[in-house]
Design a protein around this ligand. Structure first.
Ligand code: NAP
Length: 304
């Protein structure tokens, strides 16, 4: 039986693993479907303290992982499918059919990109011209026109990243003002390769005869007019949904599926903690995720 099982291997999971390992708990990290979490799909992280020259997202989280391993964390490549927190020890059932028992559990499963649900989006997702990750797929569209959907920091970051490869980037946003932080807004709005398409939403992704994106249809919400924008790929960056399906019914979730916490990291079940984006719809930063992982581990180690 494990002293503490940490579900998730992003910033929150690794922050928890480093602190739990140093507290002598020999934590087991169940790394989940995306080893290293969402940060591995980010290019330059410019706001993580300690890296004035920026740090690559993958490198940052991989260093956290090495740090956790160095202090005695164990990492298992598995995905938790369901849990039973009513028993003692707590039981984690894996997709592979296995089972893990743990005295304490830290949930750090993060969140996944949200999609618009527009026609053609699902069909062309994954290599055929619809993506949720410019860092992963942007280089395939060198010299091409592309589109980004969204108006937050993620959308701006994606758009700016894409200007490195692509000839033009249409930034399609449902309002006429970006939600992103001032610095990102300024970079986007002064970049001559990026053209905002205001007050507009994605209606459909149009495929060519080979089944790849050739254009998108966008609807202007003010005029109701629909226009076609030629592009080889559309990058959807409209926020995230918490990865908490496995915990429904086991811990309290809010109406959007985020884990409800009190004292920052305690779930509705004693001995079960939540850290990072699965419980945080407000801050959602690498630094806040790592910090909440640290808090969860300290609480688990000290029976707070
Ligand atoms: P976000 O801030 O929630 O922005 C989501 C954007 O998508 C908003 O502009 C929203 O429009 C739009 N949107 C939502 N649902 C939509 C739909 N169904 N159809 C069309 N548009 C839709 O999400 P995010 O950009 O992923 O950022 C999440 C958090 O991570 C934020 O706290 C952000 O600061 C942080 N972050 C930071 C950095 C950085 O510092 N470098 C990078 C990325 C993310 P409205 O504006 O109209 O609501």
């Amino acid at each position: 039986m494990e002293d503490v099982a940490i579900i998730g291997s992003g910033c929150a999971g690794m922050g928890a693993a480093i602190y739990a390992a140093r507290a002598g708990m020999s934590p087991l990290v169940i790394e989940g479907a995306q080893a290293g979490g969402l940060l591995t799909t980010t290019s330059d992280v410019e706001n993580f303290p300690g890296f004035p020259e920026a740090v690559n997202g993958f490198d940052l989280v991989w260093k956290m992982r090495q740090q956790a391993l160095k202090f005695g964390a164990h990492i298992e490549s598995a995905v938790v499918e369901s849990v039973d927190f009513s028993s003692d020890p707590k039981i984690l059932r894996l997709e592979s059919g296995g089972k893990i028992e743990a005295k304490k559990v830290i949930i750090a499963t993060g969140s996944s990109p949200r999609m618009t649900g527009a026609k053609g989006e699902k069909e062309l997702y994954g290599g055929r011209g619809v993506s949720a990750c410019a860092t992963c797929d942007g280089a395939f569209y060198r010299g091409e026109d592309v589109a980004v959907i969204g108006g937050g920091d993620s959308a701006c970051e994606e758009a700016l990243f894409l200007t490195r490869f692509c000839s033009g980037v249409k930034l399609v946003h449902r309002r006429d003002q970006l939600r992103a932080t001032q610095i990102m807004q300024q970079r986007v709005l002064t970049n001559e390769k990026i053209q905002p398409v205001w007050d507009s939403v994605l209606e459909e992704v149009l495929a060519d005869e080979s089944g790849r994106c050739r254009a998108i249809l966008v609807k202007n919400l003010k005029t109701g007019g629909v226009s076609e924008i030629p592009c080889k790929c559309v990058f959807v960056a409209i926020g995230h949904t918490p990865n908490t399906k496995a915990f429904a019914g086991a811990v309290e979730l809010d109406s959007e599926g985020y884990i409800k916490v009190r004292d920052e990291i305690k779930t509705s079940v004693e001995g079960v903690y939540a850290a990072g984006d699965c419980a945080d719809k407000k801050y959602r930063q690498a630094i806040t995720a790592a910090a909440s992982g640290c808090k969860a581990a300290i609480a688990a180690a000290n029976n707070f």
